[in-house]
Design a protein around this ligand. Structure first.
Ligand code: PA5
Length: 444
């Protein structure tokens, strides 16, 4: 069961920069208010992501299509960006071999390799053609709005290749709004297979919809277990003292104390994608109206040798959240050798599991000694169920933190403005006003 440990955030442990040990007592009224608001928003359908663990009308179809696709495709290419890509990327990274795409098909149990095209850098777009055979590739085109320039330009690019070398009807699946948007219309007219993103689920909250489930189901990931984990967390969150509200409240309290850099620091290579996914969720949801935390992802132990000096000794503007794992799966031993060299000898006979855990603890102790607030999520292991729990917890924490801050955690006006200016610059005739604004601002 996922646990959020906040002992190193309390002033008894870290001194004056911490929060009082009775913070829950003093904020009980506020928590109750937020809980009521969340329940009301769930009820009126504004927080559609809260229903995803329980309500999946297309689940059987996803599973069936995923099992038919096994051994059929050498590659999957996901065309999507932001909320339409980061979730599936995180789940894949968490649950699969660290060098998955380099394994042969047998070691992948017959499942395809996967590539996420979430940038329009021409080198990347061209480069993928050197590593995949278009004829043997399935394209998942994911865009809730169906209007995002990056995804649509990729769609146009790869569709042309598939038309020449393969069969678009078999090789393209569209995941978009159930009714509206250009991708939905194109899917209807061309006869592409589709899955739907529920209209009341925002992009970055959509990982437990077809947006995240389809790509990972096609790689053999147990999406039932993922949803079961999310359900279990949703049930835990029916009471007020749950990890999502606690994490949100604590981040909010520290934000008020000027800790506006929030670091997510997993001690597992496999969870780096989760930190990336959370970074977008936190930034796009909470960066509003001149306020909001800056989320940073760091990786244990790698970033001990890159970021830690700053966290420990730099400006006192950070709160760190470790993600630790009790059981890494494999025990990997460090061999004994060079017994006369103490710098090496002490390592021999231990496992890498012990080493990474010792390094995490050492970092935690050092930060605590330096008075730097640090909490941690403790995961028993990294499996689909636990990820489901964690995803739901962080999504609920994000909207809760937004409500504590008094902002709307579901919109992203800044992102939308950038999207409109891109369309104007690329000559979309309906965006004349944006074009004039760009000229007035003299940026070009
Ligand atoms: O959370 C969001 O709404 C965004 O990050 C979107 O997911 C991202 O901009 C992609 O949008 P779309 O899915 O409409 O292509």
């Amino acid at each position: 069961m996922l646990v959020y440990d906040y002992s190193n955030l309390i002033e008894e442990n870290i001194g004056k920069e911490g929060i009082s040990s009775n913070f829950l007592e003093t904020n009980k009224g506020l928590l109750q208010e937020i809980d009521n608001e969340i329940k009301a928003k769930r009820q009126d359908g504004s927080f559609g992501f809260m229903e995803l663990p329980f309500h999946q009308p297309e689940l059987n179809e996803i599973k069936k299509m995923a099992s038919d696709a096994r051994k059929k495709w050498e590659n999957i290419i996901v065309l999507g960006i932001g909320g339409s890509s980061l979730g599936a990327m995180a789940i894949h990274q968490a649950l699969h071999h660290p060098f998955y795409n380099l394994l042969n098909a047998e070691k992948r149990n017959g499942y395809p390799r996967i590539f996420f095209m979430d940038n329009v850098d021409p080198e990347l777009v061209q480069g993928i053609l050197d590593v995949v055979d278009i004829k043997h590739t399935l394209f998942l085109v994911i865009s809730k709005s169906g209007k995002t320039a990056e995804t649509l330009s990729h769609f146009l690019f790869f569709l042309e290749k598939v038309r020449k070398q393969g069969d678009p009807i078999k090789q393209i699946i569209i995941i978009t709004d159930p009714e509206k948007g250009p991708l939905r219309e194109i899917a209807r007219s061309e006869g592409f297979l589709t899955f739907s993103v529920p209209p009341n689920v925002g992009g970055r909250y959509s990982v437990l919809s077809a947006v995240g489930l389809v790509p990972v189901a096609f790689l053999g990931i147990d999406i039932d277990a993922l949803l079961a984990g999310a359900q279990a967390m949703a049930k835990r969150c029916e009471t007020i003292e749950n990890p999502a509200y606690l994490f949100a409240l604590i981040q909010f309290l520290f934000l008020q104390k000027g800790k506006n850099i929030h670091v997510m620091f997993p001690y597992a290579q496999a969870l780096l994608g989760m930190a990336d996914w959370w970074r977008q969720l936190w930034a796009e949801s909470l960066g509003k109206e001149g306020n909001g935390p800056t989320p940073v992802k760091a990786l244990g132990v790698t970033d001990q040798h890159s970021q830690l000096q700053l966290y420990m000794d730099g400006p006192r503007d950070k709160i760190i959240t470790f993600i630790t794992v009790k059981d890494y799966g494999n025990d990997v031993f460090i061999p004994h050798s060079f017994k006369d060299f103490p710098d090496l000898a002490y390592l021999g006979g231990h496992t890498f599991n012990e080493l990474i855990q010792a390094e995490q603890l050492a970092t935690e102790v050092a930060l605590t000694k330096a008075g730097c607030p640090n909490g941690k999520f403790v995961l028993d292991n990294i499996d689909a169920f636990t990820l489901g729990e964690f995803i739901y917890c962080l999504e609920l924490a994000t909207v809760s933190c937004g409500l504590f801050m008094g902002i709307n955690p579901l919109n992203q006006p800044g992102v939308e403005l950038g999207k409109r200016y891109t369309r104007a610059l690329m000559g979309e005739p309906h965006f004349q006003e944006e074009k004039r604004e760009i000229e007035t601002l003299k940026c070009v």
